[in-house]
Write a protein that binds this ligand. Structure first.
Ligand SMILES: NC(=O)c1ccc[n+]([C@@H]2O[C@H](COP(=O)([O-])OP(=O)(O)OC[C@H]3O[C@@H](n4cnc5c(N)ncnc54)[C@H](O)[C@@H]3O)[C@@H](O)[C@H]2O)c1
Length: 341
């Protein structure tokens, strides 16, 4: 998989193979960025978790067939993680798989969702229930897309970037915290945007390295779940209680809780949780929603990382140092009885 980073979006048009028909699946909100592109067949969609479904995938398959897309066609997915996950899923299944590339247009998709080959759709209310792991030919990142992002959605991308740097690189983590503390995503300077482009590229590169070692997510890749086990449980609690907590926000709260659990187990210094909470606060991300952890235990026990009566957590030992730690559920319950997320 080749990673392109360029502020000039027009370069995208030169990348698909010349002898291929391009079928682009594009998020409505970014359609205008591609309006001057010639000879592309375009299917546009309104991105939402509801639209990331077999129903939409079926509509895309039908559109491809109606437009005589053959095995030699080239599929391009442009949009946030919903669109890139869906487009990659369609491409990896249509005619048993055709070549495809992704143009992520949210910070989260550029730094995370479009990297690593995981794709899929939601089914019966369960996220990413059906999908494949198939690598795109290339991913094109451009910080230009992020200017039009809602600030709260932009910050979700910061959460995933900080998570990746926290796992792999204390230096990049510190740099990103101070960079994003003063970053105005709607009106960045040229210099700031160049730095943002480099940060996103570094984040994607680190993810690609771990994916190369464990593409199918059986071992090393699991460290990328830092903050996600608790975060997903918090998201489920929020949707049951009609509260709006975004995924990136749940992840930073989940990371801080992971640090508290890690310190209770003697794996890290006590101050790590408050240090991380302070960093997340600087970039506008939450470290807690004040929800008592026993309240999220039901959804936590649905987590796929649970086997018999223990759960595998990713816990931070310090900046750039995380471990996989299997803990019996009763022990986790005891540690968490007085903690909040
Ligand atoms: N495949 C993976 O490894 C992986 C990893 C993380 C997340 N994901 C998936 O990614 C999805 C979340 O991604 P997301 O946060 O990008 O969500 P999204 O695709 O829903 O985009 C968020 C919102 O931003 C809008 N948008 C997109 N680009 C824009 C732009 N440049 N300017 C203005 N608005 C824009 C979208 O229309 C949408 O309203 C989830 O479905 C999640 O499961 C996948």
């Amino acid at each position: 998989m080749t990673l392109y980073t360029n502020k000039d979006i027009n370069q995208i048009q030169k990348l698909p193979p010349e002898d291929c028909n391009v079928f682009a699946i594009i998020d409505n909100k970014v359609k205008d960025y591609f309006s001057a592109f010639k000879n592309w067949n375009i299917f546009s969609l309104s991105a939402s978790e509801n639209a990331k479904s077999l129903k939409t995938a079926t509509a895309v398959y039908s559109w491809l067939m109606e437009n005589k897309a053959d095995r030699n066609c080239f599929i391009l997915g442009a949009g946030g993680g919903v669109t890139t996950d869906l487009a990659a899923f369609v491409a990896s299944t249509y005619k048993r798989g055709v070549k495809f590339a992704l143009v992520p247009t949210t910070l989260l998709a550029a730094a995370d969702a479009a990297i690593g080959g995981k794709n899929g759709v939601n089914h019966l209310g369960v996220k990413n229930m059906i999908g494949t792991i198939t690598q795109p030919e290339w991913v094109f990142q451009s910080p230009v897309f992020f200017r039009t992002l809602d600030r709260r959605i932009f910050r979700e991308g910061i959460a995933e970037i900080l998570k990746t740097f926290l796992i792999f690189s204390p230096d990049l983590y510190g740099f990103a915290v101070s960079f994003f503390s003063g970053y105005n995503s709607v009106n960045p300077s040229d210099k700031e945007e160049k730095i943002l482009g480099r940060i996103v590229k570094e984040c994607a590169r680190l993810k690609m390295e771990v994916v190369k070692k464990d593409e199918k997510d059986r071992g090393e890749r699991m460290v990328l779940n830092l903050g996600h086990t608790f975060g997903h449980a918090l998201e489920s609690w929020a949707s049951e209680n009609r509260k709006k907590i975004l995924h990136g926000e749940a992840v930073t709260a989940g990371i801080v809780l992971s640090a508290k659990v890690s310190s209770a187990l003697g794996l890290c210094e006590k101050f790590l949780a408050s240090e991380l909470a302070e960093d997340f606060g600087k970039v506008g991300l939450p470290s807690s929603f004040g929800v008592r952890v026993p309240q999220i235990f039901n959804p936590l026990q649905q987590d796929k990382k649970i086997s018999s009566d223990s759960i595998c957590l990713i816990l931070p030992k310090g900046l750039g140092d995380v471990v996989r730690f299997r803990i019996p559920i009763p022990d986790l319950k005891k540690i968490c009885s007085r903690l909040s997320i």
